[in-house]
Design a protein around this ligand. Structure first.
Ligand code: HEC
Ligand code: HEC
Length: 258
C-alpha cells in the first residue's frame, strides 16, 4: 500500500465562494454562510439586534481573516474568563456582547439564530487552529514604540492629514468608510473605545491599504482624539443616569460647587 506511512493529509476547508456554489448544504454549512453574511453586512442581516451603521467586518477586517486586524479564528480560545463581565465567556456570550456594545444595539438571546450562525462562521474560520492557543497575529499589536502620553491635539492633526478623506471631518464616514464617532458609531462601552486597543488597530491597519505608515505615537495620539469625540453612551451606564449626572453637574455649576 502506497499510502501507508504518509502523514494524514488535512482536508482544506472549502472557501466561502465554494460553499456558496454548492447546491446542497448541511446544517453547519448553511449556518456558516448565514454567519458570514451577518459579519459582512450586520445592519442588513441582523437588523433586529443592530443599532448603528457598523458591520463586524469594519473592525474584524476582511470578515475576520486579517492578521493583526482583530481576526476571528478564535473559537479555540473560548470559554475564557473576561475582566469586562467577570465570568467565563462562551463564544456565544462574546458575540452577543458585540451587538450590545460595538453595534450599540440589543443583546440577542443565547439561542438567537443570528448568534448560532456567527458562532458557526467563527468555528469555520478556526478550523485547524490549536485549541487553547492564541492564533498568530491575534487581536491587534501592542504598541511598544510610543514614548509619550497620548496627545489628542497632535491626534487631531493626524486625523486631518491621514483620516479625514475617508472618515469625514465630523467622523461620520464617507461611502464604505464607517463612522468613527457620532450617533451611528460604536458605543462608549465598546472595545474600540479603549485607547490602547484602538491605537494598535489603527497603527496596523489605517489608513486602509497603508497600515504601519503612521508612527506608533501618531496612532496613539489619533486614538486619543477619537476617544474624546461624542458617541452613544456605554449601555451599562444607562441614559437616565447620564442625564441625571449632567443635571447635577449643571446645578453644581450654577451654585459654584463642583
Ligand atoms: C482610504 C480610506 C481610509 C482612510 C484614509 C482611513 N480609513 Fe479607517 N477605515 C476605512 C474603511 C473602509 C474601514 C472599514 C474596513 C472594512 O470594512 O473593510 C475603516 C475602519 C476604521 C476603523 C474601525 C471601524 C470604526 O468605525 O471604528 C477605525 C477605528 C478607523 N478606520 C480609523 C482610522 C484612522 C484613525 C485613520 C487615519 C489614521 C483612518 N481610519 C484612515 C477607510 C479608511
Ligand atoms: C467597532 C469595532 C467592532 C465591531 C463593529 C465589532 N467588534 Fe468584535 N471586537 C472589537 C474589539 C476592539 C475586540 C477586542 C477587544 C475586546 O476585548 O473588546 C473585539 C473582540 C471580539 C471577539 C473576541 C475576539 C478575540 O480575539 O478573542 C469576538 C468573537 C468578536 N469581537 C465578535 C464580533 C462580532 C460577531 C461582531 C459583529 C456582530 C463584532 N465583533 C463587531 C471591535 C469590534
Amino acid at each position: 500500500m502506497l499510502l501507508v506511512g504518509l502523514p494524514l493529509a488535512v482536508a482544506a476547508r472549502p472557501t466561502i465562494e465554494e460553499l456558496k456554489a454548492r447546491s446542497v448544504l448541511d446544517d453547519y454549512e448553511s449556518n456558516v454562510l448565514h454567519g458570514y453574511d451577518i459579519v459582512m453586512d450586520t445592519p442588513r442581516h441582523a437588523p433586529r439586534y443592530s443599532g448603528n451603521r457598523l458591520s463586524c467586518t469594519n473592525c474584524h477586517l476582511a470578515g475576520g481573516t486579517t492578521p493583526d486586524g482583530l481576526p476571528l479564528n478564535v473559537a479555540g480560545l473560548y470559554p475564557r474568563w473576561r475582566a469586562k463581565n467577570g465570568v467565563r465567556n462562551g463564544i456565544g456570550l462574546r458575540i452577543r456582547e458585540c451587538f450590545l456594545y460595538s453595534h450599540n444595539g440589543v443583546m440577542p438571546p443565547a439561542d438567537a439564530p443570528e448568534v448560532l450562525a456567527v458562532a458557526a462562521y467563527i468555528n469555520y474560520l478556526s478550523e485547524g487552529e490549536v485549541i487553547g492557543k492564541p492564533p498568530k497575529h491575534w487581536g491587534v499589536p501592542t504598541l511598544t514604540g510610543t514614548n509619550q502620553d497620548p496627545n489628542p491635539a497632535m491626534g487631531e492633526m493626524v486625523y486631518r492629514r491621514a483620516c479625514v478623506s475617508c472618515h469625514a471631518a465630523d467622523g461620520s464616514g464617507v461611502g464604505s468608510a464607517p463612522p468613527l464617532w457620532g450617533p451611528a458609531s460604536y458605543s462608549a462601552g465598546a472595545g474600540m473605545n479603549n485607547v490602547q486597543k484602538a491605537a494598535g488597530f489603527i497603527w496596523a491597519n489605517m489608513p486602509l491599504g497603508a497600515g504601519r505608515s503612521l508612527t506608533q505615537q501618531e496612532a496613539l495620539d489619533v486614538a486619543a482624539y477619537l476617544h474624546l469625540q461624542g458617541r452613544p453612551v456605554d449601555p451599562r451606564d444607562g441614559r437616565l443616569r447620564k442625564l441625571a449626572e449632567r443635571f447635577v453637574h449643571w446645578l453644581g455649576g450654577l451654585t459654584g460647587r463642583r
